[in-house]
Design a protein around this ligand. Sequence first.
Ligand SMILES: Cc1cc2nc3c(=O)[nH]c(=O)nc-3n(C[C@H](O)[C@H](O)[C@H](O)COP(=O)(O)OP(=O)(O)OC[C@H]3O[C@@H](n4cnc5c(N)ncnc54)[C@H](O)[C@@H]3O)c2cc1C
Length: 465
Amino acid sequence: MTTQVATPAAPRPPDADLSELRAGFRGALLRPADPGYEDARRVWNGMIDRRPALIARCAGAADVMRAVDFAREGGLPLAVRGGGHNVAGNAVCHGGVVIDLSRMRAIRVDPARRTARAEGGVTWGDFDRETQAFGLATTGGIVSTTGIGGLTLGGGIGWLARSYGLACDNLVSVDLVTADGRLKTVSPTEHADLFWGLRGGGGNFGVATSLEFRLHPVGPVLGGLLIHPFEAARDLLRLYRDLTATAPPELTCFAVLTSSAEGAPVAAVAVCYNGRAEDGERLLRPLRAFGTPLLDGIGPLPYTGQQTMLDAFYPPGLLNYWKSSFLTGLEDDAIDTMLAYCADRPTPLCHMAIEQMGGAVSRVAPEETAFAHRERPYNFLCLGVTADAAEAQACVSWARRFWEAMQPSSSGGVYVNYLGAESDEGADRVREAYGSAKYGQLSALKAQYDPGNLFRLNQNIRPAT
Ligand SMILES: Cc1cc2nc3c(=O)[nH]c(=O)nc-3n(C[C@H](O)[C@H](O)[C@H](O)COP(=O)(O)OP(=O)(O)OC[C@H]3O[C@@H](n4cnc5c(N)ncnc54)[C@H](O)[C@@H]3O)c2cc1C
């Protein structure tokens, strides 16, 4: 179905009369002078400092429809905020409208059908608490304050991905307000082309007012952190490589080179075994028998414990600059590069992480969803982080140099959800995030559902002409 969108009118000035929008709007409309505006414009990444003309804090789908119409008719830039975790700051814009979903947090679990429908502003912490009340869960982000909206639409890597696929692989349906201001239910049987695009195509196609997920019986898991001194990093990363090369889908391990709470450099492996504890204990024996850890915090955990154990490492407000690539493997040369850059970090908060992919992620047929990088064994991230603006440039430069040095091991692709701003990464890199073949398909889909490119403040796919 083709959706017609009116040509945008001349930009409406920021002080436009809001009376029409305000009439019948259930949520709050925040302008720069309003109480609460300063908090509402902040996102997780403290490096982002933008001042929208209007923050439309929506209470439901009707508000979202009106706000989409308002931005489109006024020719205003439009940003969509779910959990506010996007590191490029795509959830907030300068001078335009932000559709803020943070008050839309309702969740309904259907334990009999093993599904849950959650509104677009729900975080993984909200979602896990509700679903775990029934012993159920689906793949979600590993930090509980991340939004389900942005994470799922871009793919969704988490502790359960190797067991049950990415978060987007568990989508059953999405209620989506498209650029014409209308709400569509999008599923394998309704707007199936759009359903394909929503699973990896990011926020390009509309505002997801609610998302319905398939759930699985989960927990307790065998999980936690194993921490070694940095001197053990080379051997630990080699052991990590061996373990992950043969691990069954129930086992997921992420490796991190970071700092202890005292600021000392450390090497850590975070694990989650989603199966019988005895089997997990056996599989993890070689890892836990290695060297002399500073901490072996691996043990049985409620799934909600696993999902919040890293929250303290990722507080809001720090200045973050991330670079990322999928890796083709974890050869010795790549490990040496990681050691060299992590031994010489500009701040103790700067760190790197390797996320293990594979399992159920690679078992989904490539053509089934827009997500493009299913066959990659690892995803790599280097994170320049500081609390001090004076150190920010050094962190940016370190992350760029580290990422560049890792390129011989890179697949060329990048995860949509870890991509920086297009102005920084370049348009080619955005294409790489979707893969060139899928970019063409997504671009045609964009021309169909958002020909005026209203939803462009994201990892933007340009409509085909
Ligand atoms: C601390 C931290 C931990 C993370 N951990 C993981 C992880 O474990 N796994 C993983 O895969 N990713 C992870 N990410 C990356 C994360 O997936 C992206 O940052 C994602 O954009 C966050 O979604 P959000 O809703 O919080 O983002 P927001 O910043 O609110 O939104 C980002 C973009 O997503 C789109 N969007 C958000 N909600 C909606 C919606 N309801 N409808 C339509 N579009 C929407 C919009 O385009 C928006 O610009 C992490 C990020 C951080 C900062």
